[in-house]
Design a binder for this molecule. Structure first.
Ligand code: KIV
Ligand code: ZN
Length: 509
């Protein structure tokens, strides 16, 4: 039987606990609006008693969220915290109070210095109080994965009796392993559904040993109704369960998990990049689902297979999560099939006699540059006499003829000369910094309506002569394009990455 799995996003509460990731009100609102577009069922947006800033942010998001998205905020099992939650949430269309209280021996003895009976009483009292204020109350048994089953069950019985509508089982310290956690959820869920079938069982996992997604999915397989996650898996220490991994895991195996979510998966990529940008937390390049390399293929065997049929090596299509199309990244390991495919894509067909020589030259270039992009192929082809070509149908693309960047504190200035066929264009612009000046000059010279979404540079080799890689993402006519370039000169790499991305908008016409 297929059941709906509810998704609670806690990027704006647990995610925001990452040092340095604190957001201002405007940034929180921007992320909250995007989470609504992603269609999360619930979002936890702060801890109102912790600061005035958090209180105001929860209040503002509550006012803004007019639809069915449940808005919740966290507090301890004390009246003052519950009052703050109520005051900040009361204008929300669908508010829910979230109370947390430890249930493990170590939390009760060392953190609270209270007996299990006192803690149980405190939790039930808090829920009773919250329930008078709002109909929806979630109760979290903090450190549940290190708590005793029978004590947890007594607590659950008491708080459900007091009016809790969701019971949340957190693996607060990332201690759980999938089989045991799954079995715990199975037992609790059986008892809970007998006690009150309307109360949802939820899980909240941390990633200290890299098992947050596995533990969450094991819980779903064993009956959990709701999952708590963050975008890009950000959160305390090693982070929380990553929303995109769990959602796509369920989508790939709906029968196995016996459920579905109503997340708009096409919004995942945009959400991931927005959260990364506002929080200043890079997404790991090989991060499942949303990493820069998640849909990039570089080995010859894989590229050959993909060119024969995408499903040979692709289980999720980039467009399923709203990411730019899959990229074949040419490297020294790319075989001839991939190389000739890219050659043809940029418009060249070489005669039989010259193929070996050009391929050998490509391998030498790839050894030096590590990754080879369309622009590099165009440059490579310029070295040969026209006789080696059987055909040249190159769509005329933009190329960087020359550039100069003058950097000073007052007015960084860039001058660029770009060419597309016979059309040569020059511009000089001032910017907030050298890259801003350079990009403003290029965009103005090319005269194309694009929005720059992301710009990143990083070293990809060592030493003074190291190679720098620039990657950018642009939006053109509502489609995402990315451009990359590797050069010793990082300013030049930045210029070419932008031109590569703009050229993709022409090639995709
Ligand atoms: O990790 C945790 O235990 C929490 C609770 C508040 C759910 O974040
Ligand atoms: Zn947590």
């Amino acid at each position: 039987m297929s059941r709906k799995i509810y998704v609670l996003d806690t990027t704006l509460r647990d995610g925001e606990q990452v040092p340095g990731a604190k957001l201002n009100l405007q940034e929180k609102m921007e992320v909250a609006k995007q989470l609504i577009r992603l269609n999360v069922d619930m979002m936890e947006v702060g801890f109102p008693s912790s600061s005035k800033g958090d209180f105001e942010a929860v209040k503002a998001i509550s006012k803004m969220a007019s639809g069915d998205t449940v808005i919740t905020a966290l507090g301890r099992a004390v009246r003052s915290d519950i009052d703050a939650i109520y005051e900040s949430l009361k204008e929300a269309h669908a508010p829910m109070i979230h109370i947390v209280l430890g249930s493990s021996g170590v939390h009760m003895e060392k953190k609270f210095k209270k007996t299990p009976e006192q803690i149980l009483e405190m939790g039930a009292e808090a829920v009773k109080y919250a329930k008078k204020l709002m109909p929806q109350v979630q109760y979290s048994l903090e450190d549940a994965s290190r708590s005793e089953l029978e004590y947890m069950w007594q607590t659950i019985e008491a708080v459900v009796k007091a009016g809790a509508t969701i019971i949340n089982i957190p693996d607060t310290v990332g201690f759980a392993v999938p089989e045991k956690f799954g079995s715990l959820i199975y037992q609790l869920n059986n008892r809970l559904k007998n006690l009150n079938p309307n109360v949802l069982l939820s899980v909240h996992c941390h990633n200290d040993t890299g098992l947050a997604t596995a533990n969450t999915l094991a819980a779903i397989r064993n009956g959990a109704d709701k999952v708590e996650c963050t975008i890009n898996g950000i959160g305390e220490r090693a982070g929380n369960t990553s929303l995109e991994e769990v959602v796509m895991g369920i989508k790939l195996h709906p029968e196995y998990y016996g459920g579905y979510t109503t997340i708009k998966t096409q919004e995942i990529y945009t959400t991931s990049r927005m959260v990364s940008a506002v929080m200043g937390l890079d997404v790991q390049v090989n991060k499942a689902i949303t990493g820069e390399n998640a849909f990039a293929h570089s080995s010859g065997i894989h590229q050959d297979g993909l060119l024969k049929s995408k499903d040979v090596y692709e289980i999720i299509e980039p467009q399923d999560i709203g990411a730019p199309p899959m990229e074949l990244v040419l490297t020294a390991r790319s075989g001839r099939h991939a190389f000739e495919h890219i050659l043809e894509k940029v418009g060249y067909q070489i005669n039989e006699e010259s193929k070996q020589k050009v391929y050998t030259d490509f391998l030498a270039m790839a050894d030096q540059k590590k990754e080879v992009y369309d622009y590099d192929i165009e440059n490579l082809m310029k070295q040969y006499p026209p006789e080696i070509l059987d055909k040249k149908e190159s769509t005329q693309l933009w190329e960087l003829v020359d550039f100069e960047v003058v950097y000073n504190n007052i007015s960084p200035t860039a001058t660029v000369k770009v060419r597309r066929g016979e059309n040569i264009s020059c511009e000089e612009k001032i910017g907030n910094g050298p890259i801003d000046a350079l990009y403003t000059a290029i965009i103005s010279a090319i005269v194309t309506p694009i929005t720059l979404l992301e710009y990143r540079i990083h070293n990809i080799s060592r030493g003074k002569e190291s190679l720098g890689k620039a990657s950018i993402q642009i939006l053109h006519e509502e489609k995402l394009y990315q451009g990359k370039a590797i050069e010793k000169d990082i300013i030049r790499a930045s210029a070419i990455a932008l031109i590569n991305a703009i050229n993709k908008t022409i090639q995709n016409k």
